[in-house]
Unconditional design. Structure first.
Length: 87
């Protein structure tokens, strides 16, 4: 069950969409310098690597189930808007 939901959540988390449209989004918010866009893109990649390595080192200490449930809960908090802003 974890493998099935992990694949689902990784596709729905939006990482591929963010990396594909990052330059267009940065252009729209006023960051048009290619070097600055490259630095932001590189920073996102490095941040993802740091988080992945940190989580992989916690697996033996914390446990897979706790890590999975914690990350799923935190993703829900981030991606589900508060009720006040929805109305």
């Amino acid at each position: 069950m974890i493998l099935v939901t992990l694949g689902f959540f990784s596709q729905w988390s939006g990482n591929a969409i963010i990396s594909y449209y990052l330059t267009k989004v940065l252009d729209q918010v006023g960051i048009t310098d290619q070097k600055e866009q490259l630095e932001i893109n590189g920073g996102l990649g490095i941040w993802g690597w740091v988080v992945a390595v940190s989580a992989s080192l916690l697996v033996n200490k914390v446990g897979r189930r706790k890590l999975f449930l914690t990350s799923t809960f935190l993703m829900m908090i981030v991606y589900v808007p508060p009720l006040k802003s929805a109305f």
